[in-house]
Design a protein around this ligand. Structure first.
Ligand SMILES: [Zn+2]
Length: 110
């Protein structure tokens, strides 16, 4: 793998480090040639570190699949919540029955 080259000046160089002013990391190909006006050649190389054959594209899971997963998890959550509420409801009914029996026993008018 050879270095990328500037169409005007030839081989480019890989620069990386941290900006002294901001502390932000930088890493890029640059043409190490100064132009007659004193500025650096503005030609920029391809993205990617030396040895990288092509710009790396982050692999993403298909959005359809993740959407299906979310839907499935939502259904499971709803089913679990429904079951929990029914469980609580039946227990509350038992408690209500017990309280009713107690109040009937304690109330001589009934
Ligand atoms: Zn150049």
């Amino acid at each position: 793998m050879s270095n990328p080259s500037c169409p005007n000046h030839g081989e480019m160089k890989w620069k990386e480090g941290f900006a002294k002013a901001t502390g932000k990391p930088y890493a890029f190909w640059t043409c190490p040639t100064k132009l007659p006006d004193g500025s650096w050649c503005p030609t920029k190389g391809p993205k990617g570190a030396p040895g990288a054959s092509a710009p790396s594209v982050p692999s993403q899971a298909p959005s359809v699949a993740s959407g299906e997963v979310v839907e499935l998890l939502t259904r499971i959550a709803v089913a679990e919540a429904t079951r929990l509420l029914e469980s609580i409801d039946s227990r509350l009914n038992v408690i209500v029955e017990i309280l009713r029996e107690i109040s009937l026993k304690d109330n001589p008018l009934n």
